[in-house]
Every structure is written in structure tokens, then in C-alpha cells.
Design a protein around this ligand. Structure first.
Ligand SMILES: Nc1nc2c(ncn2[C@@H]2O[C@H](COP(=O)(O)OP(=O)(O)OP(=O)(O)O)[C@@H](O)[C@H]2O)c(=O)[nH]1
Ligand SMILES: [Mg+2]
Length: 190
């Protein structure tokens, strides 16, 4: 969180985290396409030739004033491919909340767990406590065949009190609901 008292602006950072190809960039692309252009900035995506996130995606979203302050949300995605571990830690720096995007496919269960553990490790490395860090869980790709039942995903990924959403990011299902939950969580902390 960064407050510019002169402009009465509060900058808050929400990071979309998760295993490779789980749909983090798709979430942010949908948010960008669906929000009022007057309230959001450009979508900046640094991609490889194969459309994979190289460093991060970024967009800024404004909300109306709250108690005289203007909150600005900086939305980032991390690159999910295992080799970009250093980038993930850098992007996570200064985060006020995380949306963890899980891939519902049965063959991605292990990747989901590994990525969630790496999120905890990275938070700890930044001096934060994973257990009470603002987190929203999204179970994405609910449209595909061969997906794990929600109960199984919950058992493996969820923690007490963490808001959870099912989504089909490619169709925008559940995307804005997830974002709203993350925004509310971060604002209530503030
Ligand atoms: N069927 C289906 N495909 C999806 C869904 N969400 C994302 N995808 C597809 O999954 C692929 C990966 O999506 P991305 O959003 O690029 O994934 P990412 O998590 O940003 O991947 P990295 O940047 O490499 O970590 C793309 O082909 C998307 O179109 C979904 O809900 N359903
Ligand atoms: Mg991406």
C-alpha cells in the first residue's frame, strides 16, 4: 500500500498467482475488456512468442472515493512457468492481496499444490505470514472435461475463511466476482 496524501490517493496491489497456464492473464484481460476505460489504464503484457507471460501483466483500476481517499488498484499477474521463480517473488513484493487461480483439471492437481506452496514460501521470504495474508481462491476452467470436483480442490487448496469462486475465465464467468472479493478484502484491511 502506498498513500499519496497530497493527491489523497491510495495505491493497492493485487497479484494474480497460480501455476502455469491456469488462466491468470485471461482473468486480467477480461477485467480490462469489461471495465470503464475512464477508470482503468492500459493493459501492459510482457509475453513470449508463445503467448506466455514473461514477466508480468499489469493494469490499474480506479474506484470512487472512499472516506475522502481515492483507491487505485494495481493488478498484476505473475508468470506461472516454473523457471520464472525470481520474477514471481519480485511481482509479489508489496502485494496487499493475492488471487490464487487454480487450474481445475485433474492432471494439474500437483501443479496447483506446488504453486500454492511456492506462494507461501515467497510470502514468508517477504516477511509476510501466509496464514493471515488476504487471499481469494479461484477454481478456473470449470468448462473443461476431466476436472476435479470442487470438494477435492477445496480439500487440497482452501484454508479457513478464504473466499472461493468457480470460474471460466475465457467466458468471464466468475472473473468479476473474484476481483470484487479481492478488492473488498484489501479495502477492509486498509
Ligand atoms: N477452457 C478454458 N480455457 C481457459 C480458461 N481460462 C484460460 N484458459 C486458456 O488457458 C490458456 C492459458 O491461459 P493464460 O491466461 O495465458 O494462463 P496464465 O496463467 O496467464 O499462464 P502463464 O502466464 O504461463 O502463467 C489459454 O489458452 C487460455 O485461453 C477457462 O476457464 N477455460
Ligand atoms: Mg500469464
Amino acid at each position: 500500500m502506498f498513500i499519496n496524501w497530497k493527491l489523497r490517493e491510495v495505491n493497492l496491489k493485487i497479484v494474480y498467482y497460480g501455476p502455469a497456464l491456469s488462466g491468470k492473464t485471461t482473468n486480467i484481460e477480461y477485467i480490462h475488456a469489461r471495465t470503464n476505460p475512464e477508470l482503468r489504464g492500459e493493459l501492459i503484457s510482457l509475453k513470449t512468442r508463445g503467448d506466455r507471460t514473461l514477466y508480468f501483466d499489469f493494469m490499474q483500476l480506479e474506484l470512487g472515493r472512499i472516506k475522502g481517499l481515492k483507491p487505485k488498484f494495481n493488478l498484476y499477474t505473475v508468470p506461472g512457468q516454473p523457471c520464472y521463480v525470481a520474477s514471481r517473488r519480485l511481482v509479489l513484493q508489496g502485494a496487499d492481496g493475492v488471487v490464487y487461480v487454480a487450474d481445475s483439471q485433474l492432471n494439474r492437481i500437483k501443479a496447483n499444490i506446488v504453486a500454492l506452496r511456492s506462494l507461501d514460501d515467497n510470502l514468508r521470504a517477504l516477511g509476510l505470514s501466509p496464514m493471515d495474508f488476504p487471499l481469494v481462491l479461484q477454481y478456473n476452467k470449470r468448462d473443461l472435461p476431466g476436472i476435479a470436483p470442487i470438494a477435492l480442490l477445496r480439500m487440497q487448496l482452501a484454508r479457513d475463511g478464504v473466499p472461493q469462486f468457480q470460474s471460466v475465465a475465457t467466458e468471464g464467468v466468475g472473473v468479476l466476482e473474484t476481483l470484487k472479493a479481492a478488492i473488498n478484502m484489501v479495502l477492509s484491511r486498509m
